[in-house]
Write a protein that binds this ligand. Structure first.
Ligand code: SF4
Ligand code: SF4
Length: 434
């Protein structure tokens, strides 16, 4: 069986740009909400001096990852902000010093067991760098008595237009990707790994094939260059043939999925002990003269990133992430967080008028999850919770493929997002009443 998918233009002009670091910004704003789960609480106060890599935010919640300072400087303020995903949380504002000094406790972790490894990954602040932001240590902490993982699926599909940060990770840090995969397999006792890379990145496929030539248990798979190849369930199916059921996790079919950049980070952390304080970001868009990849400290403000972008005109639309699943950003004072793999700058973007559905069925043929977006739209417009559930709206991963192909420009994916929020609100109302 072949899953539905769509073809997208790639616009990957930054693919040949070797990543470079940037001058440390004068000021950073480090968000306490950089992961799926509960935001952290700052453990520093205004007036404190912090060093690079110092722990500045923690949480006792299970689903959370610690946050570290990406710079050396003075905390000037702790401020409540609303992030791009609408979450109110604390942010730590730091005025940077010219010289960087690493935090005193930074050293490579000592690892003798699975538990040590998971504790080290937790301490590193690692989250899924592909965009989902799920804390990595939680993914690794499955109960070995009840969950049997036999395959590590490494996500190198990078299927959204413009984004090339994972590709550059393969090309520049392929040895770290391979080492990170080996470490995860070793400490979690996973027997095999498959690295999935889209076929339109032959250099990355060759490089990883070469770097893992002596690893009989690691294979590199060339995948069709279609969207959304990098979606977790799609990737698992296309690399292993296994189907993750409704409401189930990849672990239910023996798989653990990890982004290639996360693998590279884990390798680096185990060698240096430097936590997740910077990331590779693609800077591109239709007004960028020289698309590129930059290594940017977490907390760098959007305004500072735009100033590095060499744009022809001022952008009228800015995205964190790709054009299919990214988020529009409106404030120059929005900080880079761990999950953002691209900053895309556009001008004169086309505005579309929504018209009536012509029943062409393209949205149905585009959906990799076998959903019927027209029926889902109808159910949402009627606020019919039972019908939404019956139509499996929870399976929608908001990939945007249905909206993209719709000639009537209907906001199908967006309505599914709203439908899921609607069902959650209803459920929480019932819980409160009950
Ligand atoms: S956004 Fe949802 S309904 Fe639309 S194609 Fe993607 S998974 Fe299917
Ligand atoms: S793609 Fe658009 S016009 Fe075609 S059936 Fe779906 S909603 Fe209707």
């Amino acid at each position: 069986m072949k899953l539905n998918s769509i073809k997208l233009p790639h616009f990957n002009s930054a693919a040949d740009s070797r990543s470079t670091g940037i001058k440390t910004p004068d000021r950073v704003m480090i968000s306490m909400a950089q992961h799926g789960g509960v935001p952290c609480t700052p453990i520093v106060s205004a007036g404190d001096t912090v060093k690079t890599g110092q722990l500045i935010g923690t949480s006792d919640a299970v689903l959370s990852a610690p946050i570290h300072s990406s710079v050396t400087g003075t905390v000037t303020e702790i401020r409540k902000v609303i992030n791009v995903f609408g979450k109110l949380h604390d942010a730590v504002i730091i005025k940077t010093f010219p010289n960087r000094e690493l935090a005193d406790d930074i050293k490579p972790p000592e690892i003798g067991s699975r538990e040590d490894f998971i504790a080290a990954v937790k301490k590193s602040g690692s989250v899924g760098l592909g965009g989902a932001g799920f804390p990595t240590h939680i993914k690794f902490s499955y109960d070995r008595e009840t969950v049997h993982i036999d395959t590590l699926v490494v996500n190198g599909a990078e299927c959204e237009p413009y984004i090339t940060s994972d590709y550059r990770t393969f090309m520049e840090d392929g040895d770290k990707v391979a080492d990170g995969i080996r470490r995860v397999m070793e400490y979690l006792d996973i027997k095999r790994a498959v690295i999935g890379i889209e076929a339109d990145k032959p250099a990355a496929i060759s490089r990883m094939t070469e770097l893992t030539a002596n690893d009989d248990d690691i294979s590199v798979m060339s995948l069709p260059s279609v969207y959304p190849q990098g979606a977790e369930k799609v990737l698992i199916y296309n690399t292993t043939g296994r189907v993750v059921g409704k409401g189930k996790l990849p672990s239910s079919v023996g798989c653990l999925v990890m982004n290639c950049s996360t693998a590279a980070f884990i390798s680096e952390y185990l060698k240096t002990g430097i936590p997740l304080i910077q990331r590779r970001v693609t800077i591109d868009g239709n007004i960028v003269n020289k698309p590129k990849n930059l290594l940017i400290p977490i907390g760098t403000l959007l305004g500072d990133i735009i100033s590095l972008a060499d744009v022809r005109v001022q952008p009228d639309r800015v995205l964190f992430g790709g054009p299919m699943m990214g988020t529009a950003v409106y404030e120059l004072d929005t900080p880079l967080i761990k999950t953002i793999n691209a900053v895309l700058l556009f001008s004169d973007t086309r505005k579309y008028e929504q018209t009536a559905c012509i029943r062409c069925g393209r949205c149905v043929n585009a959906c990799p999850m076998g959903l019927v977006p027209t029926d889902l739209e109808y159910a949402y417009d009627k606020r019919d919770a039972e019908l939404l559930k019956k139509l499996n709206v929870e399976l929608c991963m908001n990939c945007g493929a249905c909206s993209y192909v719709c000639p009537a420009k209907r906001a199908l994916s967006e309505k599914n997002q709203l439908s899921k929020l609607y069902l959650r609100e209803l459920a929480s109302k019932y819980t409160k009443r009950g």
